[in-house]
Design a binder for this molecule. Sequence first.
Ligand code: DAH
Length: 330
Amino acid sequence: MIKWYEAIESAQNVKELEELRISVFGKKGVLAEQFAKMKSASNEEKGAIAKELNIHKAKLAQLLNETKEVLATKELEVAMKAEGIDVSLFSTKGTCGALHPVMETMDKIVEYFNSMNFAVHTGPMIEDDFHNFEALNLPKYHPARDMQDTFYFKDEMLLRTHTSPVQIRTMLDTKPPIRMIAPGAVFRRDYDLTHTPMFHQVEGLLVDVDGKVSFANLKYILEDFLKYMFGEVEVRFRPSFFPFTEPSAEVDISCIFCKGKGCRVCSKTGWLEVLGCGIVDPNVFKAVGYEDVSGYAFGLGVERFAMLIHHIGDLRSLFEGDVRLLEQFR
Ligand code: DAH
């Protein structure tokens, strides 16, 4: 029996040990064989042999268990070392980062309006009631405030619900004429397939001193812009309402997926809504103390553009930071 103790002690791995266990404890194993032999011994001897065999049985079982634990731990350590990543090592494979699709789309939008002489302005994300609502012709208790599910702080401070307040800040800070866009993050209490609590907009504003800015000017630049972004599409203006513009319109492009025939993305209408715009409401100019001016304004959601351009179905995937998605935009 001694040789089995030695064999177990010198086993190199769990697999070898398991083979030994079968050789000792298996149906045709050493112990079974010894117990069988015992049957031919005399009655006096039987007791002594059985006692001795049972002692071996217990000792061998304990030794097997202990050795197994030691070997298994060792094997786990080796496996972990082999599979672990040494972050201090230089990588041989270089992975290249890329702009996030939302930022890339934003850059392209900014690029267009820069080429049309619009300056880029920014404003704070934490706004006050005056800039975000009041000055934009959205007085307190105006029903249109409900369209913008606002995150409020104390003292009438809030997370801006759109980039339109940058219009107000720019007009208060500078004299007309103005040609500006305001790209940036905005916040609303909303979360589903097409809404996230934070998203990005680009606001546009043009103000001139001769009172001659017309809807035709607005139409021209937006059509040109949308063709720059989406290629050869048809553009249509639908009468709509925004408190800060009068008249106002929502702008659609012919569906870029079905070419206007009607599909799932455009809800069978053949059209995709992409932005809001209008002629600046006189009340907005009054709020910033501008007289004898005219202007147009527009606003768009950057994620919506990115989703259409890249055919992304779920807005939320843009904010999960999943490398498998982001890698596709390299
Ligand atoms: N602020 C609007 C929104 O968040 C977008 C918008 C629509 C801006 C029309 C404008 C405009 O300047 O004229 O939904």
